[in-house]
Design a protein around this ligand. Sequence first.
Ligand SMILES: NC(=O)c1ccc[n+]([C@@H]2O[C@H](COP(=O)([O-])OP(=O)(O)OC[C@H]3O[C@@H](n4cnc5c(N)ncnc54)[C@H](O)[C@@H]3O)[C@@H](O)[C@H]2O)c1
Ligand SMILES: O=C(O)C[C@@H](O)C(=O)O
Ligand SMILES: [K+]
Ligand SMILES: [Mn+2]
Length: 353
Amino acid sequence: MKKWEIAVIPGDGIGKEVVPAALDVLKAVADVHGGISFSFTEFPWSCDYYMEHGKMMPDDGLETLRNFDAIFLGAVGNPKLVPDHISLWGLLLKIRREFEQVINIRPAKYFRGLSSPLAEPREFDFIVVRENSEGEYSEIGGRIHRGEDEIAIQNAVFTRKGTERAMRYAFELARKRKRHVTSATKSNGIFHTMPFWDEVFADVKRDYPDVATASYHIDALAAFFVTRPHTFDVVVASNLFGDILTDLGGAIMGSIGIAPAANINVNGKYPSMFEPVHGSAPDIYGQGIANPIGQIWTAKLMLDHFGEEEIGALLLQTIEDVAADGIKTPDLGGTATTKEVTEEICRRLRKRG
Ligand SMILES: NC(=O)c1ccc[n+]([C@@H]2O[C@H](COP(=O)([O-])OP(=O)(O)OC[C@H]3O[C@@H](n4cnc5c(N)ncnc54)[C@H](O)[C@@H]3O)[C@@H](O)[C@H]2O)c1
Ligand SMILES: O=C(O)C[C@@H](O)C(=O)O
Ligand SMILES: [K+]
Ligand SMILES: [Mn+2]
């Protein structure tokens, strides 16, 4: 029996609703599988924790997390209590950076049973590889003066190592898929970093002559996600561009509430972290109607990471079946609650197992 030790951080808002839902599903997965089990250790780190302790996690928080096989997180952010840049940098981004989770994998695909806001979607299935450690997300810069003469400067950081690493990851992934990589650039408007990004892409692609490529400015690429998403396989993007593209990826599937994500530590030094694309959704928190699919599909990515692809595939198929049969939360046009969707997924999983 293989036992996986998981650190669980529900975080804020609907994270506290969808994480327990996904843990129920993981328990069903373990029962059906028969050869794996999970031990869940929960941590209350969140904006509520900040209000009590003046920080998003304790000083030895990372030390505590280090020994787990994976981190399973919901969402971080409650702007009514804590400014978003403080909460995000104090927990989510801190873990991503300190644990060298340099790649963020974010799939999107045409989902059986869901109505996409696209009028006539063809079947699409792509993965955005988001550079997860640098780029536009940096603490470098500052503000001086107040009022009329105020200046704010934010520096982006693109290293050759980090850029190349994300691109190579994308090419390797494409080799296991449809052998196509699209680069998200903006080298017409961003004077230094994006021409650099293009140069690194040109260098890296030379090593993968068997993989076809395209490069689009992010504005046009965003439009292509709407007009022809079926033409993409792997898309490699900087931290910010990848962030924006992946909410869009969720939206064209039918809801950002279903989009999954995995923050991957590629050097094996630290645990990887699994958390959906969406945030804490304060507008619907507490109503029991948050869509649990993003968090549950994220659990599937964690199973894949553990090498349990077979049961992961069964889980995804079960999620799709439940959606196709109309058991959907309001964001997908249904009337089901978080609990009803979750219970139906667990029930069908157990029946299959
Ligand atoms: N990775 C993260 O933890 C993460 C990601 C994005 C935003 N945030 C934080 O979350 C807070 C809210 O941010 P936001 O409103 O920009 O983004 P959001 O993703 O929380 O919500 C955007 C919209 O999508 C809806 N939505 C999101 N997830 C849903 C789900 N599972 N089911 C149904 N509907 C869902 C919300 O109701 C809202 O209308 C902020 O504090 C922000 O910083 C955190
Ligand atoms: O900006 C971020 O990375 C936080 C959130 O929007 C996300 O997509 O994970
Ligand atoms: K999240
Ligand atoms: Mn985002």
